[in-house]
Write a protein that binds this ligand. Structure first.
Ligand code: ADP
Length: 430
């Protein structure tokens, strides 16, 4: 960094200097179009100014003037570089421009008698020449020729800046229209992708649908084969036939799940609404799953009042929701863990919560696990699932006018909660 003392060049010398001593490309770019103030004056004009200009030195980072303060001084940059900054003291200051040697500062507020519209900060050590409004006025009165020269030089600088600003504006307008065209292209592309996705979905649904009949046919044929084969052949082929039947059943289950979710998503599955108490559904599900829980030494707990408000619901589907949530909890809770089901009335709704002491679900997956075929990577659980259970739960709960969500922290377990309004939904159905 240049020593400030070294910059203390006597005024007359500095004015004689061809001050175009820019040091880096940024300064050159900034100054390339703007005329050099002192060089645009006649030799007489420069001579006269010499007597009036006063030196000022600022170290790097010093504030030269602040936005909003009165501007009654014209600065000519002799050397160094400054930054013009809007909203300097705000959280989001805006760097408007850099100015370097030969350029002027404060001319706008000097000419308009208005406060500075931006702050100016020294980027490096700066040597300025300063002309006060009083001196300029005096010059205009006493030496009108030089006064006019100065004003002409200033107006030339301003009109050059205006032209540069116009160019920037034009390129911004061009950039905006290019952007608008691109946005339009992307919107068209998005529509095309949505159409392709719809076609892909329809084709998948069709294939899945058409797979079911031949699969049930294979399963039935295998069963028949088991019955009609002679005893000795049946015994020797038992393993192969069992394997074939097991695999066939697996694929049929997969196809059924896919068909069910497709039906749910295409609103073809209607709800069968009856007055339902959730409590017996919960206890039945807990009783059914308790042998499995015992096998893993997992404790099942129920925390609910003796009675819950009756809701209008599809009991069978709600029972499957509870079964899916509890089955998941059992799948992911380690041996010796705890699963708690809580049920209570909350503001005209019944809220059910299934909490476990499993591994928890990372935040970035918590919303997505309700989408079909979405599984948390690396979460195998006790059995591998398809990633369709929670999709089914969300469809059923939302069809009841309710809401389902997960609260979870990795390492701290998960709580799957849903609410069902006590009043029946206006348009029940999925
Ligand atoms: P899946 O048949 O794979 O269990 P679900 O739709 O029921 O399908 O669940 C989607 C994914 O959400 C699971 O694969 C698992 O990654 C995660 N998940 C669901 N329940 C729990 C839980 N109680 N604890 C931890 N992860 C869970």
């Amino acid at each position: 960094m240049t020593n400030v003392d070294q910059l203390a060049v006597p005024l007359k010398q500095s004015i004689e200097l061809p001050v175009r001593n820019l040091t880096d490309a940024a300064d050159r770019a900034t100054a390339s179009n703007v005329p050099h103030f002192l060089e645009s004056l006649s030799a007489t004009g420069r001579e006269v100014l010499k007597e009036l200009l006063q030196d000022e030195y600022y170290p790097a980072n010093a504030l030269i003037f602040r936005e909003g303060t009165p501007g009654d001084v014209l600065y000519i940059i002799c050397s160094g570089r400054v930054a013009i900054i809007k909203d300097l003291e705000s959280e989001t200051p805006i760097l408007l421009a850099h100015r370097g040697a030969g350029q002027v500062l404060g001319e706008m507020s000097l000419l308009e008698s208005r406060p500075h519209s931006a702050s100016v900060v020294a980027v490096e050590d700066v040597h300025l020449l300063r002309l006060t409004r009083a001196d300029l006025q005096m010059l205009i009165v006493e030496q009108p020729g030089v006064g006019v020269e100065i004003l002409r030089a200033l107006s030339y600088i301003l009109s050059t800046r205006l032209r540069a600003a116009d160019e920037v504006r034009t390129s911004v307008v061009h950039a905006e229209s290019r952007l608008a065209r691109r946005v339009q292209q992307l919107a068209t592309e998005k529509e095309r992708l949505a159409e392709l996705e719809r076609l892909r979905q329809e084709t998948t649904d069709l294939i899945v649908h058409d797979l079911r009949s031949p699969l049930t046919c294979i399963e039935a044929s295998l069963q028949l084969l088991q019955e009609i084969l002679p005893e000795e052949v049946r015994t020797s082929c038992a393993t192969i036939i069992d394997l074939a039947m097991g695999s066939c059943r697996e694929v049929i289950d997969l196809v059924d799940s896919l068909l069910e979710v497709t039906r749910i998503e295409s609103s073809e599955l209607a709800l069968n609404l009856w007055p339902v108490s959730l409590l017996p559904l919960i206890t039945d599900t807990l009783n059914r799953l308790s042998p499995l829980a015992e096998q893993y030494n997992i404790t099942l707990e129920l925390d609910a009042p003796a009675e819950l408000p009756i809701i209008q619901g599809d009991g069978k589907k709600l029972e499957r929701v509870l079964n899916n949530l509890l089955d998941n909890a059992l799948k992911y809770t380690p041996d010796g863990g705890l699963i708690t089901v809580t049920a209570r009335p909350v503001n005209g709704r019944v809220e059910v919560r299934v909490s476990d002491t499993g591994p928890g679900i990372p935040p970035e997956h918590q919303e997505r696990i309700f989408d079909r075929f979405t599984r948390v990577p690396g979460s195998e659980g006790r059995r591998r699932g398809l990633g369709l259970g929670l999709t089914f739960c969300r469809s059923v709960i939302e069809a009841h006018g309710g809401r389902i969500w997960v609260e979870s922290e990795v390492g701290q377990g998960s709580t799957f909660a849903f609410t069902i309004p006590v009043e029946a939904p206006e348009h029940p159905g999925i």
